[in-house]
Design a protein around this ligand. Structure first.
Ligand SMILES: [Ca+2]
Ligand SMILES: [Ca+2]
Length: 324
């Protein structure tokens, strides 16, 4: 007795089933998603009723066998995945037992997803024979070389090189300008000042020229990034006297200190703070409303005296004080 005879026809690459892979090559570390899509439809010359679709895969190897990846049945249109990998998603449908698709997405595919794929569409022909039609495709695998990496990465590398060169140019330009400014500052310093000394964290610059107007002396110190000497205590005063005891010929040096606002009450012009240390010479200050500025006076051994802030008859220099 002949039991049910099944005529099993396999029509390779028939017009009714297509298998597309995108991309056709997995580049290690560069391919984001591998998409495999099987599309199918009935054909009056062969399959007339689609009952199920099965996608299978095998890696490139002569003795490897196909393993099921995903399938779909016409009776419930439920897509099943047969892979336990987390980075796979499947979708698909069979409409009116005649047309549909089965699609697989593999995120960050590796060499394990390369190889041969086969989509098999099971159904019945017009006579009633069971029939299978299929399509296949393959996905290759490569390790990117420097020469064929993503063009964007190559472009980014080139842009970084250009930015690096640009930054180097800017940096060299700035260093050159800073060097030139330092040279200029050094020249200005040598023009304005004759000598300098250091006490604790401050440096003191003695002017080369006489200032008969204290405002001009204070402006010079300010432009130089400093201020007119403010004597804060005995140690600072001693350091200044030592600095001045080099046989200078001028009459005195302006220091910060004024009682112009309130006769008899001396304060620093820059801060307005009362002077805590006042090394007055004997009989000074005279508390004259005509003498409202403070000087260190050579003839008194560089003790402090009050004097007019503008005096055309004296040779008065200034000392500028700068924080280091
Ligand atoms: Ca000071
Ligand atoms: Ca006065």
């Amino acid at each position: 007795m002949f039991l049910k005879i099944i005529i099993y026809l396999i029509l390779s690459l028939g017009a009714q089933v297509h298998l597309d892979v995108t991309p056709s090559e997995i580049k290690a570390g560069c391919t984001d998603v591998l998409t495999i899509t099987c599309t199918f439809s009935k054909d009056t010359t062969s399959i007339s009723y689609v009952s199920s679709v099965l996608l299978s895969h095998k890696q490139f190897s002569s003795n490897a066998s196909y393993e099921d990846v995903a399938s779909i049945f016409e009776y419930d249109n439920q897509v099943q995945t047969h892979s336990n990998q987390e980075n796979i998603t499947v979708s698909g449908q069979i409409l009116e037992h005649s047309v549909g698709n089965l699609t697989v997405h593999w995120k960050t595919p590796t060499q394990n997803q390369s190889g041969d794929y086969k989509c098999m569409v099971h159904g019945i022909d017009q006579v009633g024979h069971s029939i299978v039609i299929f399509a296949d495709a393959n996905v290759s695998f490569s390790i990117p070389q420097t020469s064929d990496t993503d063009p964007k990465i190559t472009e980014l590398g080139a842009r970084l090189d250009r930015l690096d060169a640009h930054w180097t140019d800017i940096n060299n330009g700035l260093l050159a300008r800073i060097g030139a400014l330092e040279d200029n500052l050094q020249q200005v310093e040598s023009i304005l000042f004759t000598s300098n000394t250091t006490h604790q964290s401050h440096r003191y610059f003695l002017s080369r020229y006489s200032y008969r107007d204290i405002d001009l002396g204070m402006a010079t110190c300010h432009q130089f990034g400093s201020h007119l000497l403010e004597i804060d205590d005995q140690r600072e005063y001693d350091a200044i006297v030592s600095f001045l005891s080099g046989g200078h010929y001028f009459d005195g040096v302006f220091v910060s200190g004024s009682d112009a606002r309130d006769e008899g009450h001396w304060s620093f012009q820059r801060t307005g703070n009362a002077m805590a240390f006042t090394p007055w010479a004997p009989n000074s200050p005279s508390d004259s409303e005509r003498e409202n500025c403070a000087l260190l006076w050579r003839s008194t051994g560089w003790k402090m005296v009050d004097d007019p802030c503008y005096d055309n008859n004296l040779e008065v220099h200034v000392i500028c004080e700068k924080s280091l």
